[in-house]
Design a protein around this ligand. Sequence first.
Ligand code: PAF
Length: 283
Amino acid sequence: MQIFKEKQPLIDTLLSYKSAGEIVGLVPTMGALHDGHLSLVQQALQECDRVVVSIFVNPTQFDNPKDLEMYPRTLDQDIELLKQAQDDIIVFAPNANELYGKKVASEHFDFQGLEKVMEGKYRNAHFDGVGTVIKLFFTIIKPDKAFFGEKDFQQLQIIRKLTEILELPVEIVGCPILREESGLARSSRNERLSSLHREKAAFIYETLIKSKQLFGTKSADYVTEWVKNEFQNYPFLKLEYFEIADIQNLKRVNRKREGAQYRAFIAAYADDIRLIDNMPLNN
Ligand code: PAF
């Protein structure tokens, strides 16, 4: 396994692979790797000749300093897990100054409204931070393909928009959500849940499934009210938002349109731990 903490040696190494015609894939992560990340890595290994996994807790995408401070940092364990997956994975784990230079700050992007809804409404400037760090990774690594989980579906669509705006020749691959046995979407944050909350958080998935069934015959407004009511009667979680949106523009649906693709999106708190999930509503 090759581990790079500095960008120039990584750039030089990748250049030699690329000039030999190899396809380079990137799996960007913030570490604390779990099966969800490993499924992205597996998909990248299947589709690419070389796979770079970046491990970097990106400070500019956190609007809450406590959340940044509490974010798990488990580099040695992450490297072990990746070694077990495949010994020739390339790890890029820079520090903030190596990646950003002296000024660790976000660039501002216009993602044409995708950044204003849902996560963007509740997490100030979050997507400017994500856009900035992904632009840096794409500029340094110049991957042919980059792999992102559909669990952060809004992020996935924003990164697609980023590559369109910057005209970057990278294919963005969305990978399906991996779930715990209970249905709870895999996330590094799940490790911070009490065992009670971890069990009770499966309610998010159960509610998404029922919303999908209801959306077959009812309006988006009806389903949204139904979900709010369900959460009001459920003492273990606090709903932040539930929205049914068109996957292209992420705008909330008023009237269903023939041929459009919809998803339901949820954010909820279990204690002080924020969980998100989503589900396609078309079959
Ligand atoms: O999804 C994440 O873990 C992060 O937002 C990402 C894409 C690695 C950027 O820091």
